[in-house]
Write a protein that binds this ligand. Structure first.
Ligand code: F6P
Length: 323
């Protein structure tokens, strides 16, 4: 292994830069050149890559986003697109690829690895934390903390005005951010991805809380596959329980900003282990962390699976939301 490349793909996540830095430093430590691919798979297809220099990764550890840029490439979903990308890697004599991204990116990376034999090590980098085979993905902890800070701020207004607030968090079809931010933020109710139908239960729970004397409430809503769904929920609930409400969709604010220490350390650990794995001859694997131990699993076994939230979290939230 003389030369490897690193690419960030799909939605950016805080901590990706810390991971790129770790990949570069681990490569140099072992005498391997590291190339950076710009603009995700789109840049790979175009051969948009450069040899990373020490200065490129200086002062990036605290930065959100990805210095390499990213994309969701339609062309890479096709075998022809992936072949073009593989040709570019072979042309630059890249012996192995480190991919930082989420499930969609892993699918593409797995095809690339299987179709062309290029060794790929995937690192979970997504705020959604929905990847099977790792307890946490890079960016999740930061996103939860951003959501939490927003909930704390909204609480001031909720209390001052005696209002009902619906705070919608990201996560696509996974409810991990909603669970953690909701529990940590003292939400009165969590509307999870699969719970969008449960408006009746939400209304009766809020009604009970208000009858008991509560005069404000924060409901955390997981966006599910319909971002903006909280507007409809708020309208229905407000009219049923006759209480004014406001909606705040946190959206992409959760994806930006400086990564937390947990995300930086996870990024560093997985980045270094990914490089070592390529050097050791591994390919087609994802590196993750389970119970604080670094683990490797075939990408083919983790892609396309819906990671379920721990059922104990649901019980916890029920107890804490005052049922
Ligand atoms: O996968 C990360 C994520 O932020 C999801 O939580 C969200 O649904 C989606 O990406 C938004 O994607 P885009 O930035 O392409 O709108």
């Amino acid at each position: 292994m003389k030369r490897i490349a690193v690419v960030t793909s799909g939605g950016d996540a805080p901590g990706m830069n810390a991971c790129i830095r770790a990949v570069y430093r681990a490569g140099i430590y072992s005498g391997v050149e590291v190339y950076g691919i710009r603009r995700g798979y789109a840049g790979m297809i175009d051969g948009d890559m450069f040899k990373i220099d020490r200065r490129d990764v200086g002062n990036i550890i605290h930065l959100g986003g990805t210095i390499l840029g990213t994309s969701r490439s339609e062309e890479f979903r096709t075998p022809e697109g992936r072949q073009k990308a593989a040709d570019q890697l072979l042309d630059k004599e890249i012996d192995g690829l480190i991919l930082i991204g989420g499930d969609g990116s892993f699918k593409g990376g797995n095809f690339l690895s299987e179709e062309t034999g290029i060794p790929v090590i995937a690192i979970p980098g997504t705020i959604d934390n929905d990847i099977v085979g790792t307890d946490f993905s890079i960016g999740f902890d930061t996103a939860v903390n951003i959501a939490l800070e927003s909930i704390d701020r909204i609480r001031d207004t909720a209390i001052s005005h005696g209002r009902l607030f619906f705070v919608e968090v990201m996560g696509h079809t996974s409810s991990f951010i909603a669970f953690e931010a909701g529990i940590a933020g003292g939400a009165a109710h969590l509307v999870l991805h699969d719970g969008h139908q449960e408006v009746e239960e939400l209304c009766s729970h809020l009604q009970t809380l208000f009858t008991r004397g509560k005069h404000h409430a924060i409901v955390v809503v997981a966006e599910g596959d319909q971002p903006g769904c909280s507007f409809g929920i708020a309208k229905t609930v407000s009219s049923r329980i006759e209480m004014e409400s406001r909606v705040c969709v946190l959206g992409h604010t959760q994806r930006g900003g400086s990564p937390t220490s947990r995300d930086r350390v996870l990024a560093a650990k997985l980045g270094v282990c990914a490089v070592n794995a390529l050097i050791d001859g591994k390919g087609g694997m994802m590196v993750g962390e389970v119970m604080r131990e670094v683990v490797f699993q075939p990408i083919s076994e983790v892609v396309g699976k819906q990671r379920e939230t721990d059922p104990r979290m649901a019980i916890l939230s029920r107890i804490l939301t005052g049922y």
